[in-house]
Each structure stands twice: as C-alpha cells, then as structure tokens.
Ligand binder design. Sequence first.
Ligand code: WQD
Length: 338
Amino acid sequence: MKILVTGGTGYIGSHTVVELQQKGYQVVVIDNLSNSNEAVLDNISKITGIRPDFECFDLIERERTLDFFSRNSDITGVIHFAAFKAVGESVAEPLKYYRNNLVSLMNILEGMQLNKVPFLVFSSSCTVYGQPEELPVSETSPIQKAFSPYGNTKQISEEIIGDFLETSDVKCIALRYFNPIGAHESSLIGELPLGIPNNLVPFITQTAIGLRSQLKVFGNDYNTPDGTPIRDYIHVVDLAKAHVIAIERMTNGNNKKALEVFNLGTGNGQTVLEVIKSFEKVSGEKLNYVIVERRAGDVEKVWADTRFANAELGWKAAMSLDEMTLSAWNWEKAIANK
Ligand code: WQD
C-alpha cells in the first residue's frame, strides 16, 4: 500500500515514515524543505534500507498539488504533517500561517477527492483545547478560543475537514498531539530546529551541548507543584506508531465515523523543572538555567485523557520521561559529532 506523507522530512513526519516502511508500506514524501533538509531521507534509508520517493514543492501551489495526485492515483492514504507550527512566529506573522496551513490542506483535500484517495490522517494539536477548565483533557472537552494563530489554524483545519467529509467518501482520523519530544533510538533522525529552538527540549539539549549559553525557564509563579507549567510530553516514536495504527484502522474498515479524533499523549503531566531534572539525571550534565518572566501565550497546565485512544486504537505511549530525555540527548550528541 502506498502512503503519501506530507512534511515527511520534518520531525514527526520522518519518524512516521520509518514506522510506515517498517510495517511494509510504500511511502512517498512531499516537502518544500522550508523547515527541514533532504538529507533526512538518506538517514531514513540508513534505518529502514529504503529511501522514500520524494517530491519537493509547496502544497500551497494548487496546480502542482493536483498534478501530483493525478500522477499518483495508487495512493491509499495521506498523512498530512506539512504546516508551519511555531506558536510565537504565528503571532508575529498570522497571514503566513493562515495561508500556508489552510491553503495547503484544501489543496490536499481537493487532490484526494479528484483521485478518490480514501483515507486521511491529519496532524492536529492539543492547542485546540487552550487552557482546559478540567484536566485531564478528553476529546469531548470544549474547544476553546485558540491562544495563537497557529492553534487557530488547527481548529479551522478540523472544521474544514469536517465540512469536506460531508461532501466526499474520504475518511479521516485527526490526531491531537500533546508535546512530542525525543528522537529515534538510532540517533539518525530527530528534532532539527533551524535557528533558535522555540521548544523546551531542544533548547535544553542545545544548552547542555554548548550551542546555547543558558536556558530561560518562562515563569515559576504558576499554580503547579513547583510553579512551572505542566505539559504532557510524549516520545515522538510512540506518536509515530499511532499514525500507522490510524491508517490501519481505516484500511481495515474499523473507523466508526467519517471523522474520528484522538488525543495522543501519555496521560501524565510533567512540569518544566521535572523535565530539567530528568535530563540532568540521564545525561549527568548540570543544566545552566534561569527563571525569567512568563512567555505570552503559554497555558498553565494541560495533559491528556488517553483512555479513548488506548481503548479504540489499542495504542498506549510506552516511553518514560527519562527515556525521552535520554534519546533527545543522544541525538544532540550525534549531530554535534557529525
Ligand atoms: C513547553 C514548556 C514553556 C522553551 C508545543 C508546540 C505546539 C504544540 C504543543 C504541536 C512551556 C517552557 C519552553 C524555553 C521554557 N505541538 N519553555 N523555556 O508551548 O507546549 O507547545 O507543543 O502541535 O506546536 O509549540 O511547547 O516546548 O515551547 O514549551 O521554559 O526555552 O516549556 O513555557 O511551559 P508548547 P514548548
């Protein structure tokens, strides 16, 4: 079976390509390399022995996208990762985010419809929940006003898909990620933020390896055990495996609705200081960090109710926080030695 992975040279995309290939799927990747590089495909083939087919173009180009689908009518499913995802950048450049994330999705949907591609897995996000009133947050928790244009593009995307499915035979599973961290055990693929990392874990490992002088911890005056915000950190490989399961759920006809939504988290909330402590334990490094003022747009605490995904998908995140931070550190050391 042939699966299109958009954004397949990116962080979660590349790890999903590996899991798909190892389950016997043929994979074709589309990526515009705006936030990743093509060498990732060579590293994927070092892990799996297969270099995925690859086309480099921008999915906001409608004709190019429709032409791709007409040339690849044997595609069974699409896993759509390609999107901009930096929360802070989206506040500074909202139109760039709405145009890129929404137009590329609509072109994908149009291409699927024209060529009768039946299944879509959509990369969504826990940011659709904003700051939940109740925790843990479940798939039926209220969707709140997004904290950022990025989060809003995910909310609007889910609505676009819902309306589109009313008019087509496409089936979709939307996966709402919590905080993906860590790297493949081979240390051949991992998170490769271009420039200064927005996210916590790459900033930690880059500080420890000496690329950054000090980690700033954005606020310790939250209503949490140690005052720092709580997130549900999940290993990127656990996350990738869920995407293969989602495709299989639809190809086996086990999906129960045209659009199904699942939270992908561990169900455990951890504070920023707990992540730092885990990193220091597994790496043996003392991390240089300082507490500063809060970052605008941060929610105080969010973690997933994973019972629905556990029960319906038969999937459960397996890796511990220490395994996640150790894999991130091994990856950082591997790229430093390249
Ligand atoms: C985590 C915690 C920060 C950096 C991310 C993605 C978003 C979505 C959800 C997929 C927060 C703190 C961070 C730093 C810090 N993923 N922090 N110092 O904001 O939860 O959102 O996951 O859709 O796209 O951005 O993740 O890693 O930026 O922050 O103290 O230098 O770490 O305040 O509490 P976030 P993050």
